[in-house]
Ligand binder design. Structure first.
Ligand code: SF4
Length: 1010
């Protein structure tokens, strides 16, 4: 049986003193706290994540905010965000904060209250920064650029900004063709930021502090390589292309000595800028919730539709040893469950094969999955596929791009049917359950046969699975987008296919996919059409953009927000003909991006375009002629005497250096074999430094690194890491923790990511569920509403502690359990994220009841202020004496729209569920105890009353959730409520086994505590 701890009897009804409670709930923790609970996914807006970097503004040369023009979960997934955040914050005199576009619901709340968009780190309005950075990842984000500026309190047009307004800098891939956006930004940074951005920010910040005029600052900025100040250039209409093109410098531009053409900047040696390993760990789920690491920049393949393949030339590979370190340090620091290697074409990275082989054993040991992006249908050898599969990846994606060999030759895609089908066979033979293939339709010279070829490729891949007689048919997904001709590519002159033709092709693909049992995903054709308008657009498109924004255009890449009609109207209002941008452009016409020098020889792109129209291929540059993949070992690499292919595109690669660098990388990986990496190496170093028999305290853990866990790695991870972890002996651990500050806005699902990450950081292994998608085994107490603080939450975790088999056999004493719990408490406390504090840890005995069976009630406190408390103290006895009816609105339906018909509201009496209530007038706090059992009340009253409803019923009006705190969860023992943490198990009469029925489940009774 259980008893309550005699030294800490459960207080009733005096539940808590106010002293420890008030900081949790007394004041708003966020400028939007009053309404964050009303909007979708408030975790997007709260900041305060683990590894966030906050700097005091004093003494800084420049305060920079990176205002990402999309949602938090999108922006946090971008490598550029991670790189810039780390790059700038690594300079002591510079600060980089983050802001993301608010979703429609939050924007409405901000506008209704006249509140500005603020940064996540310091909640500073955007208008108060020295520089606002705009990351331009693709053209459909442009309306969100305007949204961020507008909500941030910054005039939309550069010409309307005053001396106090920030300088707005745009960077990213589409800054290489920025004309539609130029009236709204002050500076475009063309190319890679690493070498020039810190200096540029320092120049701007220091000049602002010295009182320099805006014009002077822009003039100074224009001298920085890669900087384009649009106001220093004028445009005229070109007779051939009929587009507005930059024709020269304005008098101010000449006076500032701005360059006539702006040359892209790029980093010669990526290893001069190691990939960041610490970055704010998203609370709200990011699109890619993992420790992604950039392994190369640029691409050897020369696909003719691909802008990234041109504007990131030449290909530059990171040192594989540095990649290994970045991956493992990033995983260990954040506790991510997945990592990925990111490149434009991973299969074409020279050391990818040995790198993955070196990396996978480390990841298996940590139960971390490895995603490999941008695979090709070649280079997937058997052992590589085995390695990827062993870390829990069940599906692979690659991009044939076109469905026929003729079309692949036109686009210069170096992939054959044999590659595709051979890879599919090897993938299915290894038990992978999903293949996804990306294709593009609407490419230049495309015929109906090419479109049919897309579906046929999918059919043949499915046929491979059928021939193999797989027990369960794998899913084959064909994802088809439409070609958007992009500036700085060989196809920049090609027409975008008409919408009616594209609709017809999609219809045909749908019919074929149905016939061949393929999953077909398509991309919205109208969105691609708009993307083309902005990609090849000129300054005329700026007015269209502003019109559409003012008419409500936001999040154009989100299907639920896009309105084709709104754009047609915006075009008509501005008098702009969209066909100007979608038709074939003349090769001898001037273009709106001609003043941006990417570094290519004149004529290179046109020559590639001509070759495309003749279906002539250009084999990959930077590889030995005829080679599809690089040598995977030094012997083969040294023996290969073939010249590396080069087309003298203008980038001027040094081919000898390129060959030598790859050899050095392969040799470096060879030296690593058998070495220990990451946490294992840190543990060894720490143990050696501590001396024999020494232990490492939580304090020293904090000092040295929060990552140096002390538990041995699992011995069960040799084959399938997750399978072994599902079957290993485990200890059940009850974890009590508090939530305060931003953590209060973490939803229940968010906690399912936060807690496992914390365990990984502590080096504590969890047991995993069995099945297709293994997840850490854990259960939580009842979910809290977003915004509600908690002094004592509870979770039960199955952990693979050393000696767990003995525990499961009932051989551990209570003292042993207590000692394990204390050690675990120290380790977890050292790595707990901000706002989550470990209150207590208990290793529960085999056979004890689960928390779901134990929890019978909870105590709450509500900060209502002394004035309301004073009034409520008088009214509360009368309220508690009778029924407390409350009207409950119907649940939101799937689309988030509330049905508000009066007849559908339910009236319930919450009184039977309130065990006790009292008011502390001096502290301004209402406290109450809630019966949380699921049985209906004695009078048939409703079960599952929500704390928010009780608060409203007791106070007579709604109270914001962030003013509420759950103090403790309760069980029932001998008819009395007992704090869950106070439950102390005792041996039964035999002194050897735990009984499961020692805790009394409460009857449906009502206890008046006032
Ligand atoms: S210079 Fe040669 S190897 Fe370098 S990117 Fe251009 S074509 Fe490729």
């Amino acid at each position: 049986m259980f008893s309550s701890n005699p030294t800490r009897p459960a207080p009733l009804p005096q539940l808590h003193g106010p002293s420890g409670l008030q900081p949790l709930i007394a004041a708003p923790v966020h400028p939007y706290a009053e309404f964050l609970g009303k909007v979708a996914k408030p975790g997007r807006y709260i900041g305060g994540e683990e590894q966030q970097r906050v700097k005091s503004p004093e003494g800084l040369a420049c305060r920079f905010v990176l205002a990402f023009p999309d949602l938090y979960e999108v922006g946090m997934s971008h490598l550029d965000t991670r790189i810039l955040y780390d790059l700038i914050n690594n300079h002591a005199d510079l600060a980089c904060e983050r802001a993301f576009s608010p979703w429609i619901d939050l924007e409405a709340e901000l506008r209704a209250r006249g509140l500005p968009l603020v940064s996540l780190e310091s909640f500073t309005p955007l208008r108060e920064f020295d520089v606002v950075g705009v990351s331009l990842q693709y053209e459909l984000c442009y309306t969100n650029v305007l949204q961020n500026l507008d909500l941030g309190g910054i005039p939309l047009r550069s010409c309307d900004r005053g001396e106090a307004d920030p300088i707005v800098i745009a960077g990213g891939p589409t800054a290489t063709h920025p004309e539609p956006l130029t009236p709204f930004v002050d500076i475009c940074l063309v190319g890679e930021a690493e070498e020039v951005l810190p200096g540029l920010l320092r120049t701007i910040g220091l000049m602002r502090r010295a009182g320099a005029a805006r014009a002077e600052i822009l003039a100074a900025a224009s001298q920085v390589p890669g900087v384009y100040v649009p106001a220093f250039y004028y445009v005229e209409r070109d007779e051939r292309s009929e587009l507005l093109v930059v024709a020269g410098r304005t008098p101010a531009g000449i006076a500032a000595n701005a360059p006539e053409r702006v040359t892209r900047v790029w980093v010669r040696n990526l290893d001069d800028f190691p990939f960041p390993t610490t970055f704010p760990v998203p609370y709200a789920e990011a699109i890619f919730d993992r420790a992604a690491v950039e392994i190369t920049r640029g691409c050897t393949e020369g696909c003719r539709f691909c802008q990234a393949g041109i504007i990131y030339r030449p290909v530059r590979e990171r040192d594989p040893k540095a990649i290994l370190k970045a991956v493992l340090d990033g995983v260990d620091a954040a506790g991510f469950a997945e990592t990925s290697l990111t490149a434009l074409s991973t299969a074409d990275v020279s050391c990818i094969d040995p790198l993955i082989k070196e990396l996978v054993p480390e990841l298996k040991r940590r139960k971390v999955k490895l995603g490999v992006a941008s695979l090709r249908a070649y280079g997937l050898n058997d052992s590589l596929l085995d390695e990827i599969k062993s870390v829990g990846i069940n599906g692979l994606t690659f991009a044939p791009e076109a469905g026929t060999q003729r079309m692949r030759d036109v686009i210069n895609k170096n992939v054959s049917d044999e590659d595709i089908l051979g890879s599919a066979r090897r993938i299915f033979e290894r038990g992978y359950e999903r293949i996804k293939m990306y294709f593009i339709m609407g490419l230049p010279t495309e015929t109906e046969a090419d479109v049919i070829g897309i579906a046929e490729t999918g059919r043949r891949v499915r046929e491979v699975a059928r021939e193999l007689g797989m027990p369960r048919m794998p899913s084959v997904t064909v994802s088809v987008s439409q070609h958007v001709p992009k500036p700085h590519t060989p196809f920049q002159w090609a027409a975008m296919e008409g919408l009616q033709d594209l609709y017809g092709k999609v219809k045909m693909l749908r019919e074929l996919a149905k016939r061949y049992r393929l999953e077909l995903k398509t991309h919205n054709q109208q969105e691609s059409w708009l993307e083309c308008l902005f990609a090849r657009g000129d300054r005329d498109m700026a007015e269209v953009l502003e019109n559409a924004y003012k008419a409500g255009a936001r999040f154009e890449g989100w299907r639920e927000c896009f309105s084709f009609e709104r754009w047609l109207k915006a075009l008509a209002d501005a008098g702009v003909d969209p066909n100007r941008y979608t038709r074939t452009l003349p090769l001898d016409g001037r273009l709106p991006w001609d003043h941006i020098d990417i570094g290519l020889e004149p004529g290179f792109l046109a020559e590639e375009y001509r070759k495309a129209l003749k279906s002539r291929v250009s084999p990959p540059c930077g590889k030995p002629f005829g080679a599809k993949v690089h040598a995977t070992n030094t012997v083969d690499a040294e023996a290969d005497a073939r010249r590396l292919v080069c087309y003298d595109c203008g980038i001027a690669c040094d081919m000898s250096d390129m060959r030598e660098e790859r050899l050095v990388a392969l040799r470096g990986l060879g030296e690593l074999k058998g070495q220990r990496h990451g946490r294992e190496r840190l543990e060894t170093e720490a143990a050696e430094a501590a001396g024999p028999g020494a232990t490492i305290s939580a304090d020293s853990l904090r000092e040295r690194s929060r990552l140096r866990g002390r538990l041995n790695p699992s011995q069960h991870a040799d084959d399938s890491a997750f399978k072994a972890a599902a079957e290993s002996p485990f200890c059940r651990v009850r974890l009590f923790f508090s939530k305060s500050g931003p953590m209060c806005f973490m939803g229940h699902l968010d906690l399912l990511r936060v807690i496992p990450r914390m365990l990984r950081r502590a080096g504590v292994e969890t047991a995993f569920s069995r099945g297709f998608t293994p997840v850490p085994r854990m259960s939580f107490g009842p979910a809290l509403a977003l915004g509600v603080a908690a002094r004592e939450e509870v979770a039960e975790l199955d952990l693979l502690l050393p000696g767990a088999a003995e525990d499961m056999a009932g051989l551990w004493s209570e003292e042993r359990r207590a000692a394990e719990a204390t050690a675990l408490h120290e380790r977890l406390a050292a790595v707990a994220p901000p706002g989550l504090a470990i209150v207590a840890v208990r290793v529960v005995a085999p056979g004890e009841r689960r928390i779901g069976e134990l929890i019978a009630g909870a105590d709450y406190s509500v900060a209502i202020g002394s004035e309301q408390a004073s009034a409520l103290a008088t009214e509360l006895p009368a309220r508690m004496a009778g029924p407390l009816p409350i009207e409950r609105a119907p649940k939101a339906n799937k689309r988030g729209l509330r049905r508000v018909t009066d007849g559908e509201h339910e009236v319930i009496d919450v009184r039977p569920r309130i065990v006790a209530a009292e008011v502390d007038v001096a502290a301004g706090i209402l406290r109450f105890r809630l019966d949380m059992t699921q049985e209906p009340g004695a009078d048939g009253s409703a079960k599952g009353v929500r704390p928010r409803e009780v608060v409203q019923a007791l106070c007579g009006a709604p109270v914001a959730d962030h003013r509420v705190c759950r103090d403790q969860l309760l069980a029932r023992v001998d008819g009395a409520y007992v704090g869950l943490r106070e439950l102390v198990p005792v041996f039964n009469a035999m002194g050897e086994r735990w009984r499961r029925d020692d805790v009394e489940m409460p009857a449906a009774e009502v206890v008046d505590g006032v």
